[in-house]
Write a protein that binds this ligand. Structure first.
Ligand code: HEC
Length: 180
């Protein structure tokens, strides 16, 4: 971002912009700030997602989908979503090993892994009651980590159980699928 700004500034000769963006954070949203198509010779900075981005992109959707698949007793899909959730958490731990002096992998292992284990046991047994209990446990574990990592205001909850199409209206969560 810094490189881009410096290069863009050199190109357009707007040295005052550079000074403004480094001294006042508000001006970074200013409409006068150069954008990529106005500076064709600069190389766009690679997008490096932060932990919040990865949570929103990889974890939140799986958390939701796992729920709806489980509530519709589609155990095959629920097992898949649980595996995806687990694998995504592991990949996040690799991409961002430490967050504010806390090991992400260790925290996932100690706080979330047991809850995912309970989910998997419920799925394997095809037991809805057990699934609902384990899902609540998992959701509490998400919140425990948010609190532990100084974001207690990020509160996850169990979704609405009978939302007709959930928040993913393009996916059918019932086993076998139903015709459109
Ligand atoms: C290892 C600890 C940890 C675990 C486990 C964890 N989170 Fe997070 N999550 C965080 C941290 C820390 C942030 C804030 C990161 C930031 O601000 O860059 C975050 C951010 C989020 C956000 C972004 C909020 C927003 O509105 O942008 C969502 C959504 C989220 N988490 C969902 C979940 C869910 C669902 C689970 C459980 C399946 C979960 N998280 C498990 C640490 C964790």
């Amino acid at each position: 971002m810094k490189l881009f700004r410096v290069a863009a500034t050199a190109l357009t000769g707007m040295s005052s912009l550079c000074a403004a963006t480094t001294t006042s954070p508000q001006t970074t949203l200013d409409a006068s700030r150069p954008v990529a198509h106005e500076a064709p010779n600069t190389v766009a900075a690679a997008f490096i997602p932060g932990l919040d981005d990865l949570m929103t992109m990889l974890i939140q959707p799986r958390h939701v989908k796992l729920y709806y698949a489980g509530m519709r007793k589609n155990w095959e899909l629920a097992a898949f979503e649980s595996r995806e959730l687990n694998a995504a958490l592991r990949r996040i731990g690799q991409a961002i090993p430490r967050y504010r002096d806390n090991g992400v992998d260790e925290t996932v292992a100690s706080m979330i892994a047991p809850a995912i284990g309970s989910i998997d046991a419920a799925i394997a047994a095809g037991d809805s009651k057990q699934f609902i209990k384990a899902y609540a446990e998992l959701t509490s574990a998400c919140n425990a980590c948010h609190t532990y990592m100084e974001h207690p205001f990020l509160v996850m909850r169990v979704p609405e159980p009978d939302a007709k199409n959930s928040v993913y209206p393009d996916q059918d969560f019932s086993a076998g699928g139903s015709k459109p």
